[in-house]
Design a protein around this ligand. Structure first.
Ligand code: ADP
Ligand code: MG
Length: 741
């Protein structure tokens, strides 16, 4: 055991035939030779033959076999991009789309954005007419369907990492199946893990379905491919990864991860380290701790210097790409990542993976209609993926920060598909705008959850017939879209509002805010707020005290969303200075990303012809009080569904000292039932944590271990606004008997 009290012992000779792994940069093979050595290369001809003859091909292969980087290139080389068509390869995550595209560009010897490009939300690095192979997020391809419903631009669509079952992937699979009926020339390639492969193949098997008579316009006719999917299995080429467990559970996994990394570093053997934590705050906190340790260790005579970097979704793209740069000589890179580094990406040089075995996961309760983030144990399948990050280019180690017993007993085998734990209103809105009106009959790989529990489930089960899964989730989605004005009384897309909302690359709540702002003449400010809400965290990590003091400088009684406007103004007035950001405990990188998003959204609004703010409207400063009220109302026009009221009599004493006497809020909507039973309080990160506004709206909620929902991004409102802005929902406020006082 080490001086840090952790029971790991990283053997000097583990991970291979009794010798430390050998790293010799000079021995790097030429790229063409590397390509030929990938397992998938032996299957190149077979793969192309199968794709030629089958509408759908399912490719199964372990990580590292070359699916992501090679298959799109093979298709390109075989002529699938002739005649101006493109090959698309979708990824569940932005960072994967970017890094894989840049690797493939390198392999093809072209500049990124030329023959090979990528396209992620708010960023398109491709050239129309030039780009032939395009990596994109699954969500971006879905958006593209709004302009090109049959995806006529593409000859082949490869859905990569389909087994990850992201919400967008599941929707995409359903839509691709629909498109195939009208486009026999389209080829779909699914890359999936072994467990899910059969299910994918069965889903796409339409050999028993009668073909529709007429094909769509613009579709090439020709010999129709077989409509039963082909299956191709490729053996893996992963190096040996030794897994280690803790002997006793760690109480604080951030601390444990940092100590483990420092331990490895002190061994002074080469190899980068990849740490998995759950979110931006944790990653930044760990980087800070590692930096401190690194400075302390500089006095000891180690060959390598430790350099820690964070990797999470809220970073600007350029920063994310920077993390993938190889470390300079004499430097050991320690990447502290969220689960965005779990699949698809190759962090060359990673020999050690330190896994907290936790992730921030979305969960949704259809009975309360609340979506929240919850830090929960990952699945064994995810843990295996994470471990695999160590064996991409050489043998490695995976150190799991839990005991082997806990790992076996407490981690579920697989992750529940995102679709079954999400609020589906954004998805339903997209389907509606694609003209799919009967969403209850949309073909899913697996239906939304069958939540036939509780009074509502029983009630609906009786009324909606025995259609099975997903009824409540779907009805909830329809209800909130109707409340937001996106759907009319017949649940059809409302024009123009619903269509405009669907057009914006935002969730329905944020889209509604922006459009409300357009009507109320405060677009510039609401754009700022929406952009700031689209980045994960604005505040720099650090002790609560430092951040609290910094926040106090900007905080206003109207809440976090208005506070963001003050932060933005300060940053703008400083000339977007990094120094200013550091002095004010603000994350400069988050601000850069918010600025980027703000520009993109502004361009969107312009294209949609939505009224922009008058030249007189400042982006942040308020000329008079009414203006502030208008902005708050526009924000509330998107968030009113999540309105909550303080219920003083329920103030409780909680065991956690710091939270003693936290005020309890109740959801305003819904009379009785589950929603009324939800216990909410204000998250400690909110500027309203110590205030007790009577009425609030919140944008996001997190759930803690004790089942409390904690509201983040809170806006104080006046109760009268609810009836004013959403009279159709809050006609009889207060509906809830508990609030009738
Ligand atoms: P798969 O999708 O089957 O998991 P990939 O096509 O992503 O495999 O990668 C295959 C192999 O190509 C990796 O194991 C690695 O050796 C190499 N590779 C991929 N991306 C990179 C990169 N960015 N830098 C260096 N090598 C890479
Ligand atoms: Mg891959």
């Amino acid at each position: 055991a080490s001086a840090f009290g952790l029971a790991f012992d990283v053997d000097r000779d583990a991970g291979g035939a009794g010798a430390a792994p050998v790293f010799n940069k000079n021995e790097r093979l030429a790229i063409s030779e590397q390509r030929r050595r990938l397992p998938i290369y032996a299957h190149r001809t077979e793969l192309l033959y199968l794709v030629e003859g089958h509408a759908t091909t399912v490719v199964v292969g372990e990580t590292g076999s070359g699916k992501t980087t090679q298959v799109p290139q093979y298709l390109h080389e075989a002529g699938w991009t002739q005649g101006g068509k493109l090959v698309a390869c979708t990824q569940p995550r932005r960072v994967a789309a970017m890094t894989v595209a840049s690797r493939v560009a390198e392999e093809m010897g072209c500049r990124l954005g030329q023959d090979v490009g990528y396209s992620i939300r708010f960023e398109d690095v491709s050239t129309p007419g030039v780009t032939r192979v395009r990596f994109c997020t699954d969500g971006v391809l879905l958006r593209e369907m709004m302009d090109d419903p049959l995806l006529l631009k593409y000859s082949c669509v490869m859905v990569d990492e389909a087994h990850e079952r992201s919400l967008a992937t599941d929707v995409l699979l359903g839509l691709l199946k629909k498109i195939q009926r009208r486009r026999p020339d389209l080829r779909v390639i699914i890359s999936s893990s072994t467990i899910e492969a059969e299910k994918m193949a069965r889903f796409f098997d339409t050999s028993n379905v009668r073909r529709p008579r007429a094909h769509a316009e613009g579709v090439q006719q020709g010999a129709a491919p077989s409509r039963s999917p082909a299956l191709l299995s490729v053996e893996g080429r992963t190096h040996n990864v030794q897994v280690h467990y803790l002997e006793a559970p760690a109480s604080d996994y951030i601390q444990a991860a940092v100590e483990t990394a420092v331990n490895i570093h002190r061994e002074d053997l080469p190899g980068d380290i990849l740490i998995f934590l759950t979110g931006q705050d944790e990653c930044e906190a760990a980087v800070k701790l590692l930096d401190e340790e690194g400075r302390r260790l500089q006095r000891s005579r180690l060959k390598l210097r430790m350099q820690a970097v964070a990797l999470y979704a809220g970073l600007p793209a350029a920063h994310q790409l920077g993390v993938f740069e190889p470390a300079p000589r004499g430097v050991r890179k320690v990447v502290v990542a969220t689960n965005i580094a779990e699949t698809s990406v190759t962090l060359e040089g990673t020999v050690y993976v330190i896994d907290s075995c936790f992730a921030k996961q979305r969960c949704y309760n259809p009975l309360t209609g609340l979506e929240s983030l919850l830090i929960a144990p990952i699945s064994k399948a995810s843990a295996a993926q994470r471990a695999g990050r160590a064996g991409r280019v050489r043998p490695g180690h995976c150190l799991r920060l839990c005991t082997e017993g806990d790992f076996e007993q407490k981690l579920p085998a697989t992750t529940v598909p995102e679709m079954q734990r999400s609020d589906l209103s954004g998805t339903v809105l997209q389907l509606k705008s694609l003209g799919i009106d009967n969403i209850m009959h949309f073909e899913w790989l697996a239906p939304p959850p069958a939540e036939a529990s509780g009074w509502l489930g029983g009630w609906l089960g009786g009324r909606a017939g025995r259609r099975g899964g997903g009824v409540v989730t779907m009805i909830r989605a329809l209800e909130s879209l109707h409340a937001l004005g996106a759907l009319d009384g017949d649940a059809r897309l409302a024009r123009p509002l619903g269509a405009q909302m669907a057009d914006l690359p935002l969730d329905p709540v944020l889209a509604r805010m922006l459009l409300a702002a357009g009507q109320m003449g405060c677009t510039a400010k609401v754009l700022t707020v929406v952009a700031m809400l689209s980045v994960q965290s604005v505040w720099a990590p650090g002790g609560r005290r430092g951040v609290d003091e910094a926040k106090a400088r900007f905080a206003v009684a109207e809440g976090d969303l208005v506070t963001y406007l003050n932060v933005w103004r300060g940053w703008e007035e400083s000339g977007r200075s990094k120094k200013w950001a550091i002095e004010n405990h603000v994350m400069h990188r988050s601000m850069l990303r918010a600025a980027d998003i703000r520009n993109q959204l502004q361009a969107h609004l312009r294209r949609q012809g939505i009224k922009q703010a008058s030249a007189l409207e400042g982006a942040t400063s308020f000329d008079h009080d009414e203006e502030l009220e208008t902005v708050r109302k526009a924000l509330a026009a998107g968030m009113f569904i999540n309105a909550a009221k303080l219920t003083e009599e329920l103030t409780v004493k909680l065991s956690d000292q710091a939270d003693t006497g936290a005020s309890v809020y109740r959801l305003v909507r819904s009379a009785g039932g589950s929603a009324a039973a939800v216990k909410l309080r204000i998250h400690h990160s909110s500027v309203l944590f110590r205030c007790r506004p009577q009425w609030v709206c919140f944008y996001a909620a997190e759930q803690n271990d004790s089942g409390w929902y904690e509201m983040r991004d809170v806006l104080a409102i006046e109760s009268g606004w609810l009836t004013e802005l959403a009279g159709h929902v809050y006609k009889m406020v207060p509906l809830n008997p508990q609030m009738r006082r």
